[in-house]
Ligand binder design. Sequence first.
Ligand code: ADP
Ligand code: 5GP
Length: 232
Amino acid sequence: MNAEPIRLMRRGLMFVLSSPSGAGKSTLARQLLDADDGLELSISVTTRPRRPSEREGVHYHFIDEVHFKRMVERGDLLEWAEVHGNHYGTPVEPVEDALSAGRDVLFDIDWQGTAQIAEKLPDDLVRVFVLPPSMRELKARLERRAEDSRETIGRRLAGSLDEISQWSRYDYIIVNDDLERAFEAVRGILTAERLKRDRVLGLRAFVGQLLAEGGELIDELGGEETPRASSS
Ligand code: ADP
Ligand code: 5GP
């Protein structure tokens, strides 16, 4: 008997990258999105001023405080937080659309937002935290990025101590010393998490079919005494 092959499907997962500002999560996020067609970025809303290199609707939706407050009140945000004196939040609708279509969503959000998602949707969440190799290197990266004022860099460096102290809330920790190695590590985590048994739909039927097919092949070979397995 040649049964129809069973298609294995997967629920979409939420892949969070957090780090103190300047540790390299946006760089890693960009590389991951370029390398992986099955992943889309959750584009946050923020009240922070746009940096010269940023584009509306690509890096963020830049909105004012009144608009942000309205979104919070309407329940339009999956999570939101105040970071370095500005508000940031994740619009819920695009995330729900992607997950229900089996697509994975990448989030570049802080620990407060990650904790809120963990409360709401713990099973679909993978949390990765990126650390700098040293604080001196973190400061150097913030300065090299050269997109923030000296005062802003000082504020971000002070805030990074708070962010770093939240490391143990995460499933995976990556020290971003060598960028290529850090990227391979992030990619490996995504690959492994996609293969987790509980995320794959149809496995029981698929294995049942393998066992039935195996049984038929053994029968054809006349192996009556061969013990048979069950799919559970
Ligand atoms: P974040 O999103 O965490 O604030 P970015 O991705 O913007 O950080 O990185 C901050 C700066 O550090 C950028 O100029 C980036 O090119 C640089 N950078 C990222 N990773 C590394 C690394 N492993 N080695 C050296 N520079 C890096
Ligand atoms: P930046 O201003 O450097 O783009 O981001 C500052 C911090 O805000 C980073 O730690 C970033 O991960 C976080 N962030 C960006 N978008 C969101 C969001 O939608 N929600 C939360 N909670 N944090 C965010």
